[in-house]
Design a protein around this ligand. Structure first.
Ligand code: SF4
Length: 232
């Protein structure tokens, strides 16, 4: 599947110069079963809040050259932050080809579920699905215990790897303001592709003349072929 490949290339270009940790070198940060409340008075700082830019999205590919199990970071790491900061978390998944049947639909659903269901200890995540943003409140206890993005990324990688069909997981964290601003528009485009793909897998009629999703198909290489090919 190549639907997101152009966005992956744009994202990796915006993260050029990032530090990289191969997943094999990282110990996952502990996670909890459900979202843990971090009160404001317990917080060391917030990411992506207080009017600072934020972005959150997931991209999928079958091209191993764009993927690989690793964590990338552009900007200061958590131990270096002393105040609220801009924030983006991007996940790039390498998967088996997404089939145009119930299995493909299920894979997309499970990947979306994981996006909102990883709960690192002392790291309270608030996702806004409508504005494609994510805010994180980091507790003072977690800061004292040495929380850092490499280990948070590994916790996400481990969780995504439990989804059947996921081959590799790249997690990008950005706290560099200019880079986060550059990624914000990509979040909306990624969401448009995911929604269109879900509609196609739902069995949307192949009538381009009356289809509200035409602007997405006009822009995203391979989307129209996928839908019309599905009909055949
Ligand atoms: S291929 Fe045509 S009918 Fe299918 S989603 Fe795109 S515009 Fe709509």
């Amino acid at each position: 599947m190549k639907l997101y490949d152009a966005l992956i290339q744009e994202t990796l270009a915006a993260a050029e110069g990032a530090k990289r940790w191969p997943a094999s070198s990282l110990l996952p940060w502990p996670v909890t079963e459900s979202s843990e409340l971090v009160m404001q008075r317990q917080a060391a700082f917030e990411l992506g809040g207080s009017g600072l830019p934020s972005a959150n999205y997931t991209l999928v590919t079958t091209d191993p050259a764009l993927a690989g199990d690793e964590v990338l970071l552009l900007g200061p790491d958590l131990p270096e932050l002393k105040a609220d900061a801009p924030f983006a978390r991007i996940v790039i998944l390498e998967t088996e080809e997404i089939s145009e049947d119930d299995a493909g639909h299920d894979m997309i659903r499970q990947m979306e579920f994981v996006r909102y269901h990883v709960f690192p200890k002392g790291y309270m995540v608030r996702v806004s699905a409508t504005s494609f943003e994510e805010q994180v409140r980091v507790s003072r206890d977690a800061a004292k215990q040495g929380i850092r993005f490499g280990r948070i990324g590994q916790a996400y990688i481990d969780r995504y790897k439990t989804v059947p069909g996921v081959k590799s997981v790249k997690v990008l964290f950005l706290t560099d303001r200019a880079a986060v601003e550059r990624l914000k528009p990509i979040a909306k485009k990624a969401d448009d592709i995911t929604k269109t793909l879900s509609h196609i897998l739902d069995g949307l009629p192949t009538d381009c003349g009356h289809c509200q999703l035409k602007p997405v198909c006009d822009e995203v290489e391979g989307m129209r072929e996928m839908h019309l090919g599905k009909k055949k």
